[in-house]
Write a protein that binds this ligand. Structure first.
Ligand code: UD1
Ligand code: CA
Length: 457
């Protein structure tokens, strides 16, 4: 196969976002916008991929740290798309083949479309192929000008278009395939004599046509794909379209999504078949959910591994946690990072956990805080139990053996160990280790003063 390199333009600030963050760093469906076109380029077989960066360059670079196919080129001053591509060419010196040029702000472009465009470009031995779309409202985009026989002659920007050209509905997506030799030899031939005083990449088409080279426009079937995100309205719209695609893939893989329009699953989530997801859930990148699970309304899950047949009840929040099989959580439980729950564990309402390991079949059914603890199997944690893990300076661990029964309203003042098969009586404050098979009890003896209320009247 012929070699393919890509240039992704991402040096601009994105003024219309009205944000302290540059446009391509805003998240769409859980990942930074720039990651979408980079993935499309990669999936189409591109190596290397050159990112043209300028504003907040370090942050953009940070996203791709460790990716061997990514190179970065600085564009210190944003003098136009033609100038941006010129800045990328040093990073491609010695490369020969097809150069794919993408914009960092078109997250909806699919790799399938890029592949089709590449095939079209190569089959026709074109010098430049531009991806276009027919728009009902083409305002703002560059228009594709064709001659009487339908051949592309040039692209004219909105601000430079005469009234007749403004009527053209075929628009430039800003996505191109170009022959590398042509690109290297002609990029410096672009001028900036136009309404915006910018170096327009689009001028390369007129240059190619003038030289008698083949310049083609490939209209895409789905105009959504080339939508550029310029403001937060379009950001939301792009997110909606991406989530719809993601949800569709999960549904076709056997996941029931009760209301796909109200289910927010990020890119990079794996879900097993026969799992049901109720409305209002958010499932974040890196999460793996097994099969046969039920995820109830309003659950938020990020970076978790959840086994088969788990039941996550309404309004629970799960972060960085690992669940075995047949685990029940919630409603309204909060699993914080480092929570590891064995098979058949039950975590009930208003329970918060952090950095704990809980063995098979153990339960904490109500109103409890468990932090920095190692809990064995078949342990019962009574309502209102608290691990007092923090002394104001350091965190300490609580260890609870297998088959321990902790009564309601118990405080475990860490570091402390409760030996296996012991019972801690309700209302006990445990400050010293409890040996195995024992009863721990620390209550102030109760006093009843009979008739006390009557005397007070
Ligand atoms: C560009 C095209 C227009 C097309 C539209 C599609 C030109 C001259 N115009 O216009 O025909 O219809 O895209 O969305 O190419 N960028 C840089 N450095 C620069 C300038 C831009 O990196 O100096 C980056 C931006 O960050 C952005 C992309 O290039 O990711 C497109 O730039 P933008 O200014 O949005 O171009 P448009 O005016 O939308
Ligand atoms: Ca744009």
């Amino acid at each position: 196969m012929e070699s393919l390199a890509s240039i992704v333009l991402a040096a601009g600030k994105g003024t219309r976002m009205k944000s302290g963050l540059i446009k391509v760093l805003h998240h769409v469906a859980g990942v930074p916008m720039i990651a979408w076109p980079v993935t499309a380029a990669r999936e189409a077989g591109s190596d290397p991929i050159v990112l043209v960066i300028g504003h907040q360059a370090n942050a953009v670079q940070g996203i791709f740290r460790g990716a061997g196919d990514i190179r970065c080129a600085m564009q210190e001053e944003q003098l136009g798309t033609g100038h941006a591509v010129a800045c990328a060419l040093d990073a491609l010196s010695g490369f020969r083949g097809t150069v794919l040029i993408l914009c960092g702000d078109t997250p909806l472009l699919r790799s399938e479309t890029v592949k089709m465009m590449l095939a079209f470009h190569r089959d026709n031995q074109a010098t430049i192929t531009v991806l276009t779309a027919l728009m009902d409202d083409p305002y703002g985009y560059g228009r594709v000008v064709r001659d009487a026989s339908g051949h592309v002659t040039r692209i004219v920007e909105q601000k430079d278009a005469d009234p007749e050209e403004q009527e053209i509905r075929e628009i430039n997506s800003g996505i191109y395939c170009m022959d590398s030799d042509f690109l290297f030899n002609n990029i410096r031939g672009i001028g900036n004599d136009n309404a915006q005083g910018e170096y327009y990449l689009t001028d390369l088409l007129a240059i190619a046509v003038r030289k008698g080279l083949t310049c083609l426009a490939m209209p895409t079937a789905d105009a959504d794909e080339i939508m550029g995100v310029n403001d937060r309205v379009q950001l939301a719209e792009a997110g909606r379209i991406l989530r719809r695609r993601i949800n569709r893939d999960h549904m076709l893989n056997g996941v029931t999504i009760i209301d796909p329009e109200a289910t927010y699953i990020d890119q990079g989530v794996t879900i097993g078949p026969d799992t049901t997801i109720h409305p209002g859930c958010h499932i974040g990148e890196g999460t793996v959910i097994g099969s046969g699970c039920v995820i109830e309304n309003g659950v938020s899950i990020s970076a978790c591994r959840i086994g088969d047949d788990c039941h996550i009840k309404a309004a629970s929040v799960l972060e960085g946690s690992e669940l075995g099989e047949d685990v029940a959580v919630g409603p309204m439980a909060h699993l914080r990072p480092g929570t590891v729950l064995g098979d058949k564990v039950k975590i009930g309402n208003f329970v918060e956990t952090k950095k704990i390991v809980m063995g098979k079949g153990s339960k904490a059914s109500h109103l409890t805080y468990l932090g920095d603890a190692e809990i064995g199997r078949d342990v019962n944690i009574g309502c209102g139990t608290i691990t007092c893990n923090y002394d104001g300076v350091n965190k300490h661990r609580t260890i609870i053996g297998d088959e321990v029964f902790i009564g309601s309203d118990v405080q475990l003042v860490a570091p402390v160990t409760v030996g296996r098969n012991s019972l801690v009586a309700a209302g006990t404050t445990v400050t010293v280790d409890v040996p195995p098979d024992s009863l721990a009890l620390s209550r102030v003896p109760q006093v009843n003063k009979e008739g006390w209320r009557l005397k007070k009247r």
